[in-house]
Design a protein. Sequence first.
Length: 230
Amino acid sequence: MNFDELLKWMSVSESVTSLLMALEAVCTWNYYYCVNVNRKIVHASKLQTSLTEMIARKSWMLLPPEFLTSPFRLYFERFKLHFLHLEPYCATDTPLLSVVLKPINTCQDPFSLLSKNSTLTFHFKHPSVTSCNLPGKCGFILKTVPSEAALWKLELCTEKEDYNGIDVHFHEEVRAENMHVFFIKVIDDNDLFFPLTWLSCIYSSDKRDKWKMAFDFNIGSRLSIVYKLK
């Protein structure tokens, strides 16, 4: 698939349902798909024109402003990485339609966390929850469910017993379908966006070894969520 074919696929595919998924597709195609061959080059002007058209036609929501400091690294020239800064694709008006949520237990090695039964706890008060007198903080828990087929799955904990002994309580206004999980990797003090959506489609063999390489853990690296508010 060349770059023009990629843009055409993104434009018509029912699997690409958001701006973030489209950007992840470009990053995956550009780097991971070509990991053992000459990396394919992104044409920046074509990309911006195409994404701008898709945003308007598909009514895609812009990214939350936190992405202003989390660029992608892409090959615009052969074997030479450049930053794709996301200013054209970030919302700056209020009220915001989405937010970035960080788990309170961010110091865990992400691959180790996802490879076993574990949990990620988030503090988050949904805007629809205008009054709350429950003990602890509003939030939710995601539990990891290791899977050989899918590498890992995350499930939203919605039962009261899931929150026993934890200083967080759940409101049913929080919905899993409004969450998009991504990974931020810290390199040279820069927060770099790391795409997750398409990796299991690309790595058809030796998945775990390649994901271990991808999840090179360092201080500050973290799994996070874009939560769609409306």
